[in-house]
Write a protein that binds this ligand. Structure first.
Ligand SMILES: Cc1cc2nc3c(=O)[nH]c(=O)nc-3n(C[C@H](O)[C@H](O)[C@H](O)COP(=O)(O)OP(=O)(O)OC[C@H]3O[C@@H](n4cnc5c(N)ncnc54)[C@H](O)[C@@H]3O)c2cc1C
Length: 305
């Protein structure tokens, strides 16, 4: 297999800007002639579907759950990083890039991480405009906290339920375009296979989880936004639909699967303790660090918390 990351050429900081400038554009009047399939309605799929539809493309959106709002993104708690440097504590696009590369154990693709750091500020603006109620200081400015061991405060958050609030924002952006007829929503569908034409993804086969029937859908492009694969491990707090089923089917059609080591371990789990508990239960992340209150089991325990 030819391993080609297809990172754009040029200086690190210019790679994606240059690539975007050199890419062919689709005339606004022609966008309605193209259809894109988006599999998954979490933060990735929900926002991609909403944005593509806003741009004028026709979108077919699929998810396993009964509602897009039930994607596993809803479980995320802590917050989202952006290099806005609101607290003026020395943050910058370069520092967010540097910290992310280091935090990723030097395995992430530098060009893509740089792009992530570069657009991080726009993502916060987009979410605020979608109505996400990020925490604010008393003066009205968006609040930031220090998260994940970073030396600056750059995490935007909504109490302990950032993922839920972000997902509701993406969902309302999506539903606006559903009501305009630009997105067709197909819930309770599981992607069973990828259809390729001359090596390009052009469609999917899904099972209708209500009728049990197989259905086929064609498009000009397919986006796979099907989330994590935590359930490949024996123990996981992930929703049972975070099962790699869609990624596996694309792998069988020739796609490469990289870096399964990129799996987050949550240290605050309650083990399975009965027949009716299908998976580990995650305790609130606020029980760690600042939010933690240590209560000694035995009275008079002099150990430090
Ligand atoms: C407890 C927890 C806390 C977290 N905290 C943070 C945090 O503080 N900050 C941070 O940045 N990140 C955090 N994360 C990580 C982050 O939330 C996730 O990486 C992100 O939300 C994943 O979004 P997604 O859209 O890729 O996937 P998901 O939200 O999992 O969505 C996947 C979608 O794909 C669909 N799907 C899957 N397989 C199929 C199939 N075969 N056919 C059809 N549809 C399919 C599902 O139905 C679903 O709609 C946390 C994650 C968890 C679990």
């Amino acid at each position: 297999m030819n391993l080609d990351a297809k990172a754009p050429s040029g200086e690190l900081k210019d790679k994606w800007t240059k690539h975007k400038f050199e890419s062919k554009l689709v005339n606004p009047a022609n966008k309605r002639k193209f259809t894109v399939i988006v599999v998954g309605t979490g933060l990735a799929g929900g926002s991609a579907a909403a944005t593509l539809a806003e741009l004028g493309y026709n979108v077919l959106s699929f998810c396993i759950q009964d509602s897009p709002r039930r994607a596993h993104s809803i479980a995320a708690q802590g917050g989202i990083n952006a290099a806005k440097n609101y607290p003026n504590d020395g943050d910058s696009v370069k520092r967010l890039f540097y910290d992310t590369i280091k935090g990723g154990d030097y395995r992430a693709r530098e060009a893509n991480v740089y792009r992530l750091a570069e657009v991080s500020n726009n993502i916060i603006d987009q979410m605020v405009s979608q109505g996400v109620p990020f925490a604010r200081e008393y003066g009205g400015y968006l609040d930031n906290r220090s998260f994940g061991g970073s030396q600056v405060s750059r995490t935007f958050y909504a109490r302990g339920q950032t993922g839920q609030q972000l997902l509701l924002g993406a969902y309302s952006g999506m539903m606006k375009m559903v009501s305009k007829g630009k997105i067709k929503m197909f819930n309770r569908r599981e992607m069973m296979d990828l259809v390729t034409v001359n090596g390009k993804a052009r469609g999917i086969i899904v099972r209708n989880l209500v009728t049990g029937e197989l259905e086929k859908y064609a498009a000009d492009a397919v986006l796979l936004c099907t989330g994590g694969y935590g359930n490949v491990y024996f123990l996981s707090t992930n929703a049972m639909t975070s099962n790699a089923s869609a990624a596996w089917r694309c792998y069988k059609r020739g796609a490469a699967f990289a870096n399964p080591c990129f799996t987050q371990i949550h240290p605050t789990c309650i083990p399975v303790h009965g027949d009716y508990q299908s998976k580990l239960t995650l305790m609130s992340e606020s029980l760690r660090n600042d939010g933690r209150v240590w209560v000694p089991k035995k009275q008079g325990d002099t150990r430090k918390p």
